[in-house]
Design a protein around this ligand. Structure first.
Ligand code: NAD
Length: 254
């Protein structure tokens, strides 16, 4: 789908990391952008820097009302054609840890933000896209973010991997459901990307992670995720599939 000056993109988690890189690429490609994120400081700084045709809407992806407001903000800027879901958390915890079984609320919260939150954005963005005039049959595209942890979940990733596995499972039925509306659904499963999410681990640990990647032997860059997201937007025949972006990394148990 070609982006035009009337195209608007909604990016959740758009204030940081993969989402921020995607906001920058979409804006540079000519789309108006809505940055939907919990973090008003980073989100506002980003839209101030981008200037025209960029808006921050403080949003919790779990909230139907707040995502509806972000979608409405997008429609005020033009036609919502692209939604990219990057909001997520990676709270670790073993099934049975030192303090006993993993707290059910911890598990639920990760599922709620990563999986239910993604579905919330998918359903409300797609409902708005369904009203668009088709361009070459296309009304819009949704790009969701899983992780290679959906397939190779490590020790301590029970909740995270379950949430990302849910997004992988959602991809094909969502694409099939939305085909009649001319809306495509794709998922990117990144490997290890150098974002603020990784800032909590030591430099030494990061170097160890990079050495485990066959080629290129480094961590991925946020802009490489953004580049893939825009390629998916551009490529009309990609639909209902998950693309791993991982330098052929297959994660070990720990
Ligand atoms: P990040 O921490 O840099 O950015 C995540 C953003 O999501 C933050 O701005 C945060 O404020 C926002 N957010 C968190 N909870 C939210 C909520 N409930 N509602 C709205 N916004 C919320 O992380 P990142 O590395 O850019 O990760 C983005 C996505 O990519 C996540 O879904 C993550 O699981 C996935 N991912 C990351 C990596 C990696 O190595 N960095 C690998 C695979 C998958």
């Amino acid at each position: 789908m070609k982006l035009t000056s009337s195209s608007v993109a909604l990016v959740t988690g758009g204030a940081s990391g993969l989402g921020e890189a995607t906001v920058r690429r979409l804006h540079a490609a000519g789309a108006a952008v809505v940055v939907a994120d919990l973090d008003p400081a980073r989100g506002s700084a980003l839209v101030d820097e981008l200037g025209e045709r960029a808006r921050f809407v403080r949003t919790d992806v779990r909230s139907p009302e707040e995502i509806a407001a972000a979608v409405e903000a997008a429609r005020e800027l033009g036609e919502l054609r692209v939604a990219v879901t990057c909001a997520g958390v990676a709270t670790p915890g073993r099934v049975v840890g030192r303090k006993g079984p993993l707290d059910l609320d911890t598990f639920r919260t990760v599922l709620d933000i990563n999986l239910v939150g993604t579905f919330n954005v998918l359903r409300l963005a797609a409902a708005a896209m369904a009203d668009n005039e088709p361009v070459d049959g296309d009304r819009g595209v949704v790009v969701m973010t899983a992780s290679i942890a959906a397939y190779d979940g490590q020790v301590g990733q029970a909740a995270y991997s379950s949430s990302k596995g849910g997004i992988v499972g959602l991809t094909l039925p969502a694409a099939r459901d939305l085909a009649q509306h001319g809306i495509r659904v794709m998922t990117i499963a990144p490997g290890i990307v150098e974002t603020p999410m990784l800032a909590t681990v030591s430099e030494e640990f990061r170097e160890g992670l990079a050495k485990g990647v066959p080629f290129p032997q480094r961590l991925a860059r946020p802009d490489e995720y953004a580049q893939l997201a825009l390629s998916i937007v551009d490529h009309d025949y990609l639909n209902g599939e998950v693309i791993r972006m991982d330098g052929s990394l297959r994660m070990a148990p720990r």
